[in-house]
Design a protein around this ligand. Structure first.
Ligand SMILES: Cc1cc2nc3c(=O)[nH]c(=O)nc-3n(C[C@H](O)[C@H](O)[C@H](O)COP(=O)(O)OP(=O)(O)OC[C@H]3O[C@@H](n4cnc5c(N)ncnc54)[C@H](O)[C@@H]3O)c2cc1C
Length: 373
């Protein structure tokens, strides 16, 4: 097993990877460019496979205590009439079936655990240069220091600077044709599972994220990649929610007032970097190499699994190069499949495609996600 590793980026992928490496006895430095180590966004759905991965990392109890868990969902038409109920089975007796958590709370759990296991966290710092050979890598940092590492893990997200250094020709993220609004709201009385409202073009969903709160998403097609001024977002969202039944009107009444500040808007982008995902002693994980849309709610799950698999392969192979190759081969098809199917689900929504095909693809994807990693 290697002695020293550097993790670049303190998001979900970076923290989980740093924790796993540290647990395996590796000395780990983690550099995060944000001096406040903050995180944007409302809630995150944590599917059964994501809960399984969080269990391996060792933070499941904290996530369960701060988040919410449940066993299924209800799909409604635009008026709020129930179309179908979805039952989700837990992957194993110690795991909840599915769940949700506020992003800042998951971040807090992972950041605290990263420090508690002894990772050396350096905030407001990044890598400016790194050598790419089969020898241990030399990294230069933005604060003028340098370091020598047996492994450098790039986990600096979809707009990764490290990716630009080692794979300058990697594809850039592409817009999928849909945009998403997200919002945080109080859970209404009796709100105990996911609820989806299916309009012709607009899909609205709600997921619990804590004992008291839920997050809403609203997904709709957009012909280009429109930028919406943050000051216009509450009024736009309010207008898009018109004409929906169920719990939508109750939440709509808060969009221009008490919940306006929680609104988060973004065009959906995907990116799959073809293999190789490593050069020399530098390997890329998480959104840095495989960023997906939220259709299967699995981007964070894939990011967590990467750190688990990478550490397992490093423990299994005496040579770092062999371990990185084995990591890439174990991860590529799983992550590519999630992206492919997420994009297709979005296309079916935009084309008003067959609900049967949509349901079948969703079922197949969720089944594949439940396979052992
Ligand atoms: C709208 C939307 C909804 C989603 N919903 C879900 C969901 O419900 N469930 C789910 O599982 N997934 C979801 N995802 C996907 C999930 O958010 C991502 O897959 C996940 O956050 C990726 O984690 P990451 O650590 O790879 O990247 P990031 O979260 O982007 O973290 C990157 C980190 O690196 C830091 N950084 C950036 N540049 C540098 C640099 N140069 N040097 C050092 N540090 C740097 C950043 O500050 C950040 O801390 C969603 C995504 C979107 C867009």
């Amino acid at each position: 097993m290697l002695k020293r590793a550097l993790v670049v980026g303190g998001g979900i992928a970076g923290t989980c990877c740093a924790i796993q490496l540290r647990k395996a006895g590796v000395e780990v430095d983690l550099v995060e460019i944000d001096p406040h180590w903050g995180v944007l966004g409302a809630g995150l759905t944590i599917t059964g496979p994501t809960l399984r991965a969080l269990h391996v990392v060792g933070v499941l109890d904290e996530v369960k205590a701060l988040g919410a868990t449940w066993t299924g969902g209800k799909v409604h038409d635009q008026q709020g009439r129930l179309i179908t109920e979805i039952q989700v089975e837990a992957l194993s007796p110690e795991l909840p079936a599915t769940g949700g958590i506020l992003r800042p709370l998951l971040h807090k759990v992972l950041a605290e655990r990263t420090r508690a296991v002894g990772v050396n966290v350096r905030l407001g710092t990044t890598v400016t240069e790194v050598t790419i050979t089969d020898e241990p890598a030399e990294a230069s940092f933005s604060d003028g220091t340098r370091g020598r590492y047996d492994l450098v893990v790039g986990a600096d997200g979809i707009h990764s600077a490290l990716r630009g250094m080692i794979l300058p020709d990697a594809p850039r993220p592409t817009f999928t044709g849909q945009v998403i609004y997200r919002l945080l709201a109080r859970r209404p009385e009796g709100f105990e599972c996911s609820h989806f409202y299916m309009g012709r073009d607009i899909k609205i969903g709600f997921n619990p994220v804590s004992a008291t709160h839920m997050y809403m998403f609203l997904l709709h097609p957009a012909p280009d990649k429109p930028w919406v001024d943050p000051k216009d977002q509450p009024a736009r969202l309010h207008a898009l929610m018109e004409g929906y039944g169920g719990i939508v009107p109750e939440v709509r009444a808060t969009v221009l007032g008490e919940n306006a500040a929680s609104i988060n808007y973004r065009p959906l982008e995907v990116m799959l970097v073809p293999r190789p995902w490593f050069r020399g002693r530098v390997v890329l994980i998480g959104d840095t190499v495989h960023a997906t849309t939220p259709h299967l709610a699995s981007g964070a799950g894939m990011a967590i699994e990467d750190g688990i698999v990478l550490t397992e392969e490093l423990q299994r192979h005496p040579s770092v190069g062999e371990a990185l190759f084995a990591f890439q081969e174990r991860r590529y098809e799983r992550c590519a499949g999630i992206i492919r199917n997420s994009v297709r689900l979005g296309q079916l929504e935009m084309e008003h495609g067959s609900p049967v095909e949509h349901g079948k693809l969703m079922g197949e994807s969720l089944k594949a996600l439940r396979e052992p990693i």
